[in-house]
Design a protein around this ligand. Sequence first.
Ligand code: FPP
Length: 231
Amino acid sequence: MGEQPSDTAGRAHHVAIIMDGNGRWAKKRGLPRSVGHQRGVEAVRKLVRSLNGSGLECLTLYAFSSENWKRSEDEVDDLMNLMRKFIKSDLPEFIANNVKLKIIGDWQSLAPDIVEMLEDALAKTREGTHTVAVALNYGSQQEIVRAARKAANEGEITVEALQKHLDTADLPPLDLLIRTSGEIRLSNFLLWQSAYAEMLFVDTLWPDFTPAMLQQALDDFARRERRFGGR
Ligand code: FPP
């Protein structure tokens, strides 16, 4: 094949965010970590509201990792209770705003009442036009192992066969991965899917992240040049 024309990336279809910095946001203000998480949920809510009509097809959010169980029991309880509250309070708005909910990770092993709420929310948002994928009890290495096992059971492990069994198989390819709070690492999030994703690390702590900042990231992405290994 001849030389590929260099081009700018154009519109992003799928953005994922590692929402980091709730604890530091609270600490800076002398508040308990739980308040940081509450404000983190507020930031999620505003972002999800801003999606309708934005042209973005999918936003994937890292809400609870398989490693987050190592946090104190109180903090894990806080996060689970926030999840319960969030689904209950925001499901009608999700439906009204054409959000299609998707959950990735080992979410079926969460508390039975949460699993039930999520199943109900998935069913009620099935017709949505843009996806909000929430990573719950998610670890990318575990996801890849699960997918590899399924591919092996079917006979052959190839890139395509494995990809087909990832939790994200029905989502558009990941275009842009954002991490807030100044940390520069992936923390077991979408490792496979990030193979050709653009990366953006911002210093903003998650509760301070706004829809305007996402828009800025989308505008910057549109101007980037992507080669996918070509020239
Ligand atoms: C990182 O902040 C954030 C998390 C571990 C959880 C992210 C969760 C939310 C934003 C709220 C729940 C989401 C939904 C969708 C209901 P951190 O606690 O690691 O912050 P730190 O590194 O400053 O301590």
